[in-house]
Design a protein around this ligand. Structure first.
Ligand code: AMP
Length: 109
């Protein structure tokens, strides 16, 4: 997608500190972290949201959860909150599916 910021990060047109990548996923720190650990895990294939990902690429979603756990083990104490904002009214601003992996400190409920 020509104007997708995460597609540009995936192909290297926008620099980012890539923390992990494999053939399906890439992970990098959120530009505006809301906790000590705030990492985005992003499928390389452009799809708009997690519902579409689950329907069309369930193995990628399964991998995403596994990678999120590994990142939380590496960058926090293994605990993490996994957030998929889905739709503009609940805060989705980038319409390329991504998981926020948040933790590294005690979070409000
Ligand atoms: P959402 O609001 O759920 O769509 O999440 C989009 C997230 O992408 C926000 O938390 C932004 O801070 C983050 N973001 C936007 N641009 C970049 C970037 N270039 N590098 C890292 N994170 C970004």
């Amino acid at each position: 997608m020509n104007d997708c910021i995460f597609c540009k990060i995936i192909v290297g047109d926008i620099p980012s500190n890539i923390l992990y990548q494999d053939e399906l996923l890439v992970a990098f720190p959120d530009l505006n972290p809301t906790a000590k650990m705030h990492i985005l895990v992003v499928p390389k294939n452009h799809q708009a949201n997690v519902s579409i990902l689950a329907a069309e690429n369930p193995k990628t979603l399964q991998r995403l959860v596994s990678v999120s756990q590994n990142l939380a083990n590496q960058f926090a104490n293994g605990d993490y909150r996994l957030i998929f904002n889905t739709g503009s009214t609940v805060g989705q601003s980038v319409f390329h599916v991504h998981a926020h992996v948040v933790g590294g400190e005690t979070l409000p409920e």
